[in-house]
Each structure stands twice: as structure tokens, then as C-alpha cells.
Unconditional design. Structure first.
Length: 492
């Protein structure tokens, strides 16, 4: 048995699957989409400072994840070492600085011999790599003493999150068991460190991680890499829709609609501590219209995907701030019920397709999302019968007999002037003072959620028992609505 495991078993460290993390989908920022292999200490610490100064941290965005390209291979003892040019002060120094800002740090590797950008991978090195991440700051040249030193240094906090990719896996996939074993090896190694490390599996939906990963990981990627394109076929993302359930080449350049139309099949697999990951956000990276970026963010929140920003925060513009900082939408992502919305229907129209999603929120509220995938604006509607179909088909659900108030979660979107104030560092312009209210997680978990503009948007109407919710939806846009039962039917 690993020396460290023996020690930790002796002091009763919590085991495994219940690592207590990601009770709601993780929020944060990742280096990859904007910086790829140009990532370095400066880029990362600049982003971390901006997460704080722009108020993202207060809203719950707390993980700063270093993606691929951080390492310089292994030292003579077999331990991974950081690239000294990118990290002249080491990654433990970056970790310390990120922690000093009240944030958490994530690292990346692959369950293969190489990472996707062909840096050293972790297959066969799981224990050493997990130990070194949990203990960074130890001189790993003292190979024989490492386990003991790690135990001694556990109080010096280090890595909080691992994104674990799937490249160069030596063909150890093709059945759920092969993938499970490969990912479970790292899951066990992470648990053996005794340090709670959020485990974010990135195998692009191969072998159906929604079936095998929930007991070993906190989230799992559902499909190939998301591009900043709304809806386009791309030869690099060959699997469509149902192919996504058993895709042999998940690829990259997957459009937002492609990824969503694959993810709709397994909403029930998501629950507290275990989430479908539709990939990192492309909001603010160019390529999407304002409506498309708004829809992307809304869908990811309603489907309970982790929300990892990837935009350049030093250059953030006002519309990007007002999307990523919409606390009414973040409250849906972070709702304590932890249920993903379900696609209740889909219809093809002349210029695309339209869809309706619905799901439960805490306190008996309901999220309704009308998605207009078409290229022209249209009036859309959803009956209470369809909205509550999962609670009882054909209008048999008790909720259908209630009257509901309807709140537009984008109705309270902050103005460009407010966002401009945030960019200029005027924290007083922020629409909601989370620290004063006890912190983001406390605010989002209130039941019922207060009907403030910041948390529920604006009330746009009501719907009678057995009635229909209506909205005008722009091209590639959404209406994201929160329904709250009226207190009594007398109010009708
Ligand atoms: C894969 C992952 C991406 C990113 C790159 C890094 O493509 O899916 O999210 O981590 O590797 O090389």
C-alpha cells in the first residue's frame, strides 16, 4: 500500500466518491481557448486578479484552471516538473498567489502517455502525479522521502482541481470498463492524497462517461471540443446527435447546437457532485452574436454544465460582462436542486429548429427555456402541460392546475453603462453585493430565491392554470423564464 494512503487511512480521511466538491456545477476560468500553449505565469495571475477586481469571484467563479502546456516533462525521479520559462517561480508560487486571492487552482493532464498538445501524460504515473500536484513545493528530487514530505506539507494548500484529458490513451478505450479503469486509476490517486481535488474528466463522451463516471468524477465532458460557432457542420466534429452516444471520433470545432443536441439525451445523469460538462464557455471569444452568446450561457446554465470562462479578461467588453455576470442565470446554474433542464420538445421550422426546455428549481419554481434556433425572430409558446410533462403526462401534473408568475431572467440584464463602471473598477456599480449578503453560494441557495431584479430578472406576466407561456424570441436567441407559483388561485 502507498505510504501516504496508509497514513491517511489511519487518520480517517474521507474516501473517494463523496469528495464533497462541485455540489453545484463548478465556475471559473481556463487558459485554453484564448491562450493555448502561450499560457504562462503572467497570463494566469493577470486573469486571477481580474476575476477578483471585475467581481467574478464574488459571483462564485473561483477556479483558475491551467490547461495543457504547463510542464517540461519529468525529472530523473519521474515527477512532473513545470516549464521554468513559463513558470520562473514554479507552479507552487502561482498556487500560493491564487490562493491568496481567495481563489482555487486547477491543473491539467491526460490519461494517456502524452497530453493532447504532446506534453508528458499521466498514464501509468497516476500516484506520483497526484502526489506532486497535492504537494507542490516539495523538492521531488528526494524521491524516497516524498511520501513523508507530502504528508507533512498537506496543510500547505496546493492544487484543487484536475482536468484529465483522453489523448494518447494507448487504445485503452472502446468499452466503458477500459475507460473507467483508466480514469479510476487517477481518481484513486487523487483521493489517496487526502486533499479534496475536484476531478473533471475530459474524455469527450467516449464510452459514455455519463454511465461510468458519476461515481468517480465530479464532471465529465460529453462531446468534442466546442468552437465559437453557433451552428455549422464541420468535418473535424463528425458525430452528430445520436451518434454522440457512441462517438468514435469526438473531435473539435463542434458548434454550440451540435453539442447541445448531443447533451439533451442524458440530463438525468447530472446531480450534485456529478455533472455533464458541455465544454468551456466561448462567451467573449468572438464568433458569436450577442444573442448566440446569451443563448449559449443560458443553455449551459440550465443544463448544469460547469461554467468555465475562457475569454481574455484584460480585454473584456461590456456585453460580455453583462452575460457572464447575469446572476439570475447563475442562480439557475447554482440552484440547490441540482437538476438539469430537459428538452421537452423540438420542432423543425423553415429556417432551423425550435426547442423548449423545462426543469425544476428549488422552492417549487420551474425553469423554462424557449430556444429559437431559426434565423428569424418568432413568437414562441409552451403550454403548462408540456412544461410539467415530466411531473405527469397530458396535463395530469398538479402544477398544471396552478397559476404562475413569469420572470424573464434576461429582463434585468445590466446596462452597458453599469458594465463599463465595472470594467473601470467602480465596484459600487455592481448590481448585487454578494459579500454583504453572505457570499454567492449562500445567496444562490436561498429558498425561495428573493424576487429581486438581480436574482429573478423582471416579472413579465403570469399564466393561468392550464395556460400557455408566450415569448418573442430573436434569431438564435432564447427566452429564459422562471415560473413561480402564485400564492392562491384566487389571484387569477
Ligand atoms: C483537448 C481538450 C481541450 C484542451 C486541449 C488541450 O482537446 O478537449 O479542452 O484541454 O485538449 O490540448
Amino acid at each position: 500500500m502507498h505510504l501516504l494512503s496508509m497514513f491517511l487511512a489511519g487518520i480517517g480521511v474521507v474516501n473517494a466518491l463523496e469528495n464533497g466538491l462541485a455540489r453545484t456545477p463548478q465556475l471559473g476560468w481556463n487558459t485554453w481557448n484564448s491562450f493555448a500553449c502561450s499560457m504562462n505565469e503572467t497570463v494566469i495571475l493577470d486573469a486571477a486578479k481580474k476575476i477578483v477586481s471585475l467581481g467574478f469571484k464574488d459571483l462564485g467563479y473561483n477556479y483558475i484552471v491551467l490547461d495543457d502546456c504547463w510542464s517540461a516533462g519529468r525529472n530523473s525521479s519521474g515527477y512532473l516538473i513545470p516549464d521554468a520559462q513559463k513558470f520562473p517561480n514554479g507552479i507552487s508560487d502561482v498556487a500560493d498567489k491564487i490562493h491568496a486571492l481567495g481563489l482555487k487552482i486547477g491543473i491539467y493532464s491526460s490519461a494517456g502517455t502524452l497530453t493532447c498538445a504532446r506534453y508528458a501524460g499521466s498514464l501509468g504515473h497516476e500516484e506520483k502525479d497526484a502526489a506532486v500536484w497535492a504537494s507542490w513545493g516539495v523538492s521531488s528530487e528526494f524521491n524516497l522521502l516524498l511520501d513523508i514530505l507530502v504528508v507533512g506539507l498537506l496543510i500547505h494548500v496546493q492544487i484543487d482541481y484536475l482536468k484529465y484529458d483522453n489523448c494518447y490513451n494507448q487504445g485503452e478505450e472502446g468499452t466503458p470498463k477500459l475507460s473507467y479503469d483508466r480514469y479510476n486509476a487517477m481518481g484513486k490517486a487523487l483521493n489517496d492524497t487526502g486533499r479534496p481535488i475536484l476531478y473533471s474528466l475530459c474524455n469527450w463522451g467516449s464510452d459514455g462517461p455519463w454511465n461510468f463516471a458519476p461515481t468517480i468524477a465530479n464532471s465529465w465532458r460529453t462531446s468534442g471540443d466546442l468552437s465559437n460557432v453557433w451552428d455549422k457542420e464541420d468535418v473535424n466534429c463528425p458525430c452528430a446527435e445520436l451518434d454522440g452516444l457512441d462517438c468514435k471520433l469526438p473531435g473539435y470545432h463542434c458548434s454550440i447546437m451540435n453539442v447541445v443536441n448531443k447533451a439533451v439525451y442524458y440530463p438525468s445523469k447530472a446531480y450534485a457532485g456529478a455533472w455533464n460538462d458541455l465544454d468551456m464557455l466561448q462567451v467573449g471569444n468572438g464568433g458569436l452574436t450577442d444573442d448566440e452568446a446569451t443563448s449559449h450561457f443560458s443553455l449551459w446554465a440550465a443544463l448544469k454544465s460547469p461554467l468555465l470562462m475562457t475569454n481574455v479578461l484584460n480585454k473584456i467588453d461590456e456585453p460580455t460582462i453583462s452575460i457572464l455576470q447575469n446572476t439570475a442565470v447563475l442562480a439557475v446554474s447554482q440552484d440547490p436542486t441540482g437538476s438539469s433542464a430537459i428538452r421537452m420538445w423540438r420542432h423543425y421550422v423553415d429556417d432551423g429548429e425550435i426547442q423548449m426546455y423545462s426543469g425544476p428549481l428549488s422552492g417549487g419554481d420551474q425553469i423554462v427555456l424557449l430556444l429559437n434556433g431559426g434565423s428569424s425572430a418568432r413568437d414562441m409558446n409552451a403550454t403548462l402541460t408540456d412544461i410539467f410533462w415530466a411531473n405527469g403526462p397530458k396535463g395530469t401534473a398538479s402544477q398544471v392546475r396552478s397559476a404562475w408568475d413569469v420572470y424573464d431572467l434576461w429582463g434585468g440584464r445590466m446596462s452597458n453603462a453599469t458594465a463599463q463602471g465595472i470594467i473601470q473598477g467602480e465596484s459600487s456599480t455592481r448590481p448585487i453585493d454578494m459579500p454583504k449578503l453572505g457570499g454567492a453560494s449562500k445567496v444562490y441557495s436561498q429558498v425561495p430565491l428573493p424576487a429581486s431584479k438581480a436574482l429573478m430578472g423582471t416579472k413579465v406576466g403570469s399564466v393561468k392554470a392550464s395556460g400557455t407561456v408566450k415569448a418573442h424570441v430573436r434569431p438564435h436567441g432564447v427566452a429564459m423564464l422562471r415560473l413561480r407559483a402564485q400564492k392562491s388561485n384566487d389571484e387569477l
